[in-house]
Design a protein around this ligand. Structure first.
Ligand SMILES: *Cc1c(COP(=O)(O)O)cnc(C)c1O
Length: 487
């Protein structure tokens, strides 16, 4: 029992008895290592019972509790009811699995409690080093810049903000958007993640400026349709503002022809932005990198280390080709942020000059640990392996008479369904039943107007046996819930 924080006269929040805290800390660490080591023995996900939910309706505590008691609450009421993405059976959404290495690095960064807004400190240098690694990985020039952000949603918003300055000028920062901003048009395939439309919305451009470009049967952007839209808009006096290329769509893992999109962006003077949330780190794999050709031509890339990079949440990143424009978009003078040649206020520019946040956490550290401990080659192998498991799942689906593959497996996402009458409703029910059973977590999406069971293989722990479990569960629940082969 820790007595560390109780009945203390002192107002510091440090413990009275560090030995006691140390023992408790070791127990907490052991619990999480046990959790990760034995995760296969747990259900992937389970709904929390009402009495557990009630625990979280208790009011603000006025008096101290034992750290040990709060830890026990975590073990009993929080840990078993998380979303489950650390589990190899989790395939529902594009979520990374995390690693023990990332967890330990996160602990170090929490202990250090560095504020990565800026100043003369090596943690900022760590973020700059990861930025240079990414600049090199994506073949960006010397002057490129980058920043850790929460996720690709924020990275999209940053790209739109910077592109907006390029098209409307720096005066936007003082005057707001000019009338001419209403002529700016962005183009993205209909399969593009909703966070890009939201970025246009939040940047004040509005979602009306987004053209949703049709796709071919592989969920890849239709270039002819894109060309026709750009031409029609030009004739109507509108201006091409941004072209988005997907390095892995959220529904099907489809890769748009990035090089062709880059050339179109150059021709019509648009900003070329890549949504690499799920796929950009495929650059680590010699097998996948050639398929992303053209990504090196982007003006900006948004991607997530917390997906294929397996870094614990959250760790998004934005890479910008034009570092000066990036800085001009965000840098703001303030007396309390004065820069010096020497001392702690030196080493300008600072990360806060490249984004909306002043105070920032040390997301770079868990990423830096991950990339150092595993190395780029092993990261690439782990990424390629998720694609191999997805291909295996695709083959199981094709070989199963009751199942239908809805789009060819391009990367690490498989969309399929149980064939039966009233298939949309039955497949939605199959997915809920499997989630509730705890043996696997798939999700649903819509492909070509059909409700699909979607399995995104993002977690490095997921193996062939895990997708075999999923296929068996889909067939079993399909037999129970649907009428096979009649639809
Ligand atoms: C996950 C995802 C996003 C959103 O990224 P967040 O990190 O969740 O903000 C955007 N695009 C694609 C393709 C994604 O998979």
């Amino acid at each position: 029992m820790t007595k560390s924080f109780k009945n203390s006269e002192s107002t510091t929040l440090d413990p009275e008895d560090w030995d006691d805290l140390r023992q408790q800390g070791h127990r907490m660490l052991d619990d999480m290592l046990d959790y990760l080591q034995h995760i296969r023995q747990r259900p992937v996900w389970q709904p929390a019972p009402p009495e557990t939910r009630m625990v979280f309706h208790a009011g603000l505590p006025q008096q101290p509790s034992e750290l040990n008691a709060v830890h026990q609450q975590f073990m009993q009421s929080i840990l078993p009811y998380a979303v489950g993405n650390a589990h190899p059976g989790f395939m529902g959404w594009v979520h990374g699995g995390g690693t023990a290495v990332g967890m330990l690095a996160e602990m170090l960064s929490a202990g250090l409690n560095a504020n990565l807004g800026g100043r003369n400190q090596i943690p900022v240098e760590v973020e700059r080093q990861v930025t240079r690694w990414m600049r090199d990985l994506f073949g960006f020039p010397e002057g490129a810049s980058g920043l850790f952000v929460t996720g690709t949603s924020m990275a999209h918003l940053m790209a739109v903000w910077v592109a907006r300055i390029k098209f409307c000028g720096l005066d936007v920062r003082r005057d707001g958007l000019p009338q001419t901003a209403h002529n700016l048009i962005a183009y993205a395939s209909a399969a593009t993640h909703g966070s890009f439309a939201k970025a246009l919305d939040l940047a004040g451009l509005g979602t009306m400026c987004l053209r949703s470009v049709p796709m071919n049967g592989f969920e890849v952007i239709d270039l002819n349709a894109l060309d026709a839209m750009i031409q029609a808009d030009r004739q109507a006096g509108l201006q091409a503002f941004m072209i988005v290329g997907n390095a892995g769509t959220v529904d099907a893992g489809a890769i748009d022809p990035l090089e062709a999109l880059a050339h179109r962006a150059t021709q019509c003077g648009a900003w070329f932005h890549v949504d690499g949330a799920l796929g950009a780190l495929g650059m680590f794999s010699p097998e996948i990198a050639p398929r992303l050709k053209g990504i090196e031509l982007a003006d900006s890339i948004a991607f997530d280390f917390h997906k294929w990079g397996q870094v614990p949440y959250d760790a998004g990143f934005v890479l910008m080709r034009d570092g000066a424009l990036h800085q001009h978009t965000f840098a703001s003078p303030a007396a309390y942020l004065r820069r010096e040649e020497d001392g702690l206020a030196s080493d300008s520019p600072w990360p806060c000059d490249f984004g909306p946040d002043l105070s920032r956490g040390f997301r770079a550290l868990k990423t830096w640990f991950t990339l150092q401990v595993y190395g780029a080659e092993k990261m690439g192998q782990s990424i390629a392996h998720t694609c191999a498991v997805a291909r295996y799942l695709g083959k199981l689906v094709v070989d199963a008479p009751d199942l239908e593959l809805l789009v060819p497996v391009s990367l690490n996402i498989v969309c399929f369904r149980y064939v039966c009458a009233d298939a949309d409703a039955v497949n939605a029910a199959i997915v809920v039943a499997i989630q509730n059973s705890g043996v696997a977590v798939p999700s649903t999406t819509t492909i070509g107007g059909k409700l699909a069971i979607r399995a995104a293989i993002v977690n490095h722990r997921t193996e062939n046996e895990d997708v075999e479990i999923l296929v068996r569960a889909v067939c079993d629940w399909g037999k129970k819930l649907g009428e096979p082969n009649s639809g």
